[in-house]
Design a protein around this ligand. Structure first.
Ligand code: SAM
Ligand code: SF4
Length: 379
């Protein structure tokens, strides 16, 4: 019998500069000993969590942040080796690193490839210098292009992140920018609509009236342009904001989340989902690096809390993530929600859900109103 699959998420929380739109768990890059201590704590945490998961087939390791491309590539290598030692690596194990496209980071790409990273997720965000300044980025378009070219040479797989629906952005300018980004050769593109997150510098600017993001109609038009340009370039929208050139180019790691597989979370603020003792357990690590390191030193395990999800909560989570991908979610996986048959029939009649007796799957029209649709089904 094969072991259940497992993904590993590693959170590296440091950034050279905090971007005004970002509400991830991030801290200004630390000089002293803390980053090295954090790398050691992450290895110890993985060792302790392996005792909880038991034998698994390791399908993905994802270094997210923050800015993991700022970490010492040797530390990334030690974390990858530890994970490979603790679980049975799948032959096509995906190891992704998020990177910012500065020249300094691009110079270390080959060292990360030697450490075992085989997929780079590059935070290009834009190819327009004015937009990059507006987004508070510490790179310009020329260095972003150089970084993408270096990444394409160093790694077999490249994904790029872009942020659109910026103030004043026209559909034509966005289409041109997106085409130029696609020409850089990525097999995977994640274009995200700019979201004003509570508590960020952009949120404060919106409240002061200094920043006006595009309204919903303009956002929808830019979303449509995104789909058209990427479809014409042979990308499949396998998830709301994720497009891949062919099935092999899909993010294996994101599929762990969206198909309800287990994952271990290590590093400050990391979440995990582990099936143990007959229930799906949610783990949460302390957000501050010093607290996380202290916790690992005390107990071995990095997470601060672990709670078993009840069947309804687990099904709700499956619905939320499953509806994001084209394959949807099997009806039996969300049986605990006891969704009324007429509700599903109505959504099918409205053209928002596909007419599939086995799976709940959203149509292209349904994807545009995904939040509303999910609320209706999970009510
Ligand atoms: C963990 S972040 C960034 C990784 C890397 N540090 C970087 O900045 O390139 C992952 C992605 O989320 C997206 N993102 C973060 N905050 C966002 C926001 N408020 N609106 C839209 N996209 C956002 C960006 O595209 C970013 O690349
Ligand atoms: S967008 Fe990236 S670089 Fe900017 S603060 Fe967030 S994680 Fe750090």
């Amino acid at each position: 019998m094969t072991s259940p699959k497992l993904g590993v998420y590693v959170h590296w929380p440091y950034c050279a500069r905090i971007c005004p739109y970002c509400d991830f768990n991030v801290f200004k890059d630390r000089k002293g000993d803390e980053p090295a201590a954090l790398a050691r704590a992450i290895v110890a945490d993985l060792e302790a969590q392996a005792a909880l998961t038991g034998p698994r087939e390791l399908v993905s390791i994802f270094f997210g942040g923050g800015t993991p491309s700022l970490m010492d590539p040797d530390w990334a290598g030690e974390i990858v080796s530890a994970a490979r030692r603790l679980w049975a690596a799948a032959p096509d194990l995906e190891v992704t690193l998020e990177a910012n496209p500065t020249d300094a980071e691009a110079q270390r790409f080959s060292a990360f490839a030697a450490a075992g990273v085989n997929r780079l997720s590059l935070g290009l965000q834009s190819l327009d210098d004015a937009a990059l300044r507006f987004l508070g980025r510490n790179h310009d378009a020329a260095s972003a292009i150089r970084a993408a070219q270096a990444a394409a040479r160093a790694f077999p797989r490249l994904s790029i992140d872009l942020i659109y629906a910026r103030p004043g952005q026209t559909p034509r300018a966005w289409a041109d920018e997106l085409r130029a980004a696609v020409d850089l050769g990525a097999e995977h593109v994640s274009p995200y609509q700019l979201t004003i997150e509570a508590g960020t510098a952009f949120d404060r600017a919106v409240r002061r009236g200094a920043l006006t993001p595009p309204d919903a109609e303009a956002g929808a038009e830019l979303f449509d342009v995104t789909q058209e340009v990427l479809q014409a370039a042979s990308f499949e929208a396998y998830e709301v904001s994720n497009h891949a050139r062919g099935a092999a180019a899909r993010s294996r790691h994101n599929l762990v989340y969206w198909t309800g597989e287990d994952y271990v979370g290590a590093g400050p603020g990391a979440h995990g989902r582990i099936t143990a003792d007959g229930a799906r357990q949610a783990t949460y690590a302390a957000p501050k690096p010093a607290d996380y390191i202290a916790r690992v030193a005390e107990s071995g395990l990095g997470f601060a809390t672990r709670e078993a999800l009840d069947p309804r909560e687990a099904a709700q989570e499956r619905l939320l993530s499953g509806l994001r991908i084209t394959e949807g979610v099997a009806r039996e996986e969300v049986a605990a929600l006891q969704i009324a048959a007429p509700t599903v029939a109505d959504l099918i009649a409205l053209g928002l859900l596909a007419d599939d007796p086995h799976r709940l799957r959203v149509t292209a029209a349904g994807r545009l109103v995904l939040d509303r649709l999910t609320r209706e089904l999970a009510a």
